[in-house]
Design a protein around this ligand. Structure first.
Ligand SMILES: Nc1ncnc2c1ncn2[C@@H]1O[C@H](COP(=O)(O)OP(=O)(O)O)[C@@H](O)[C@H]1O
Ligand SMILES: [Mg+2]
Length: 262
């Protein structure tokens, strides 16, 4: 165990990944949220949430329908007025406009996709990059998206609204990635999609995470979210009631009972 005074012991320090757990490196988190509250017309839907996400972590935020997950994401994106503190890479976001938060690399992939239905797939993807400079880099990223999602490449001139639900969700993810996110907020990506499509989207999330993108994955499908996440938080009626590593949450009898159907 990591007992106090351990540093006085002789011999080499333990190697991470072997033997007793070593506490997380003391880096500043990329996102540090303290006492975040938000709501609608005087009714609070999120109460004093505090949590943090480190760079390149994949963190799951799970909870039932109506728990306040989307409210929390909308507060982070500065779409919804809120109180408390949202420190992103050392900067306070509370009080910023959604565009300012977006400009700092906080990008939301919204619930229900919200594509521009009457625009082509390609124009939707380019909308994601509307704030970026550098045509060459944007063109390169566009080709990267088409390599990751070949179905979008074949349909690049098709109207986004005319595609299947799964294709639209791929388009929504690719559009979000075109913004070059530092922190990607993913809201209910799996809802209503076939498992094979969900797996394809999860594979892309895991690959961009390996490239250094930090991800907050909001899901009602707790099993799916915890299978890929490093850590997770459980939200119930607007309050964070549990947190831990994905393994700790999967093994938690309360989580198993309420969310995993075990
Ligand atoms: N636009 C809105 N106006 C009023 N109440 C809302 C609005 N959006 C959400 N709510 C309420 O806020 C609570 C949390 O909702 P939401 O954040 O959408 O939950 P989740 O995403 O976890 O399903 C719910 O009680 C919901 O009815
Ligand atoms: Mg929601």
């Amino acid at each position: 165990m990591n007992a106090p005074g351990r540093s006085q012991a002789h011999g080499p320090e333990p190697v991470q990944g072997e033997g007793a757990p070593v506490s997380a490196p003391e880096r500043a988190p990329l996102l540090k949220v303290r006492g975040l509250s938000a709501g609608y017309g005087g009714m609070l839907a999120l109460h004093e949430a505090s949590f943090e996400i480190h760079a390149a972590e994949l963190v799951a935020l799970v909870g039932s329908n109506g728990a306040g997950k989307t409210t929390l994401l909308r507060a982070l994106s500065c779409v919804l007025p809120c109180s408390g503190s949202i420190e992103f890479d050392g900067q306070e976001l509370v009080g910023m406009t959604p565009d300012q938060a977006f400009g700092r690399g906080l990008v939301q992939m919204p619930e229900g996709r919200q594509l521009f239905d009457r625009m082509s797939v390609q124009d939707n993807l380019l909308m994601g990059a509307h704030r970026r400079r550098g045509q060459a880099a944007i063109a390169r990223d566009l080709e990267r998206m088409y390599a990751m999602f070949p179905v979008l490449s074949r349909r690049r001139r098709q109207l986004a609204g005319s595609m299947s639900g799964g294709e639209q969700q791929m388009c929504a993810m690719a559009r979000a990635l075109m913004a070059a996110p530092r922190l990607l907020l993913v809201d209910e990506m799996s809802l209503g999609l076939a498992p094979v499509v969900v797996q394809q989207l999860m594979d892309v999330l895991e690959s961009i995470r390996r490239d250094g993108v930090t991800i907050l994955l909001v899901e009602q499908d707790v099993q799916l979210a915890l299978a890929s996440a490093d850590r997770g938080y459980v939200l119930e009626t607007g309050r964070i009631v549990l947190e831990g590593t994905a393994r700790q949450l999967i093994d938690d009898p309360a989580v198993q009972d309420a969310y995993l159907g075990l």
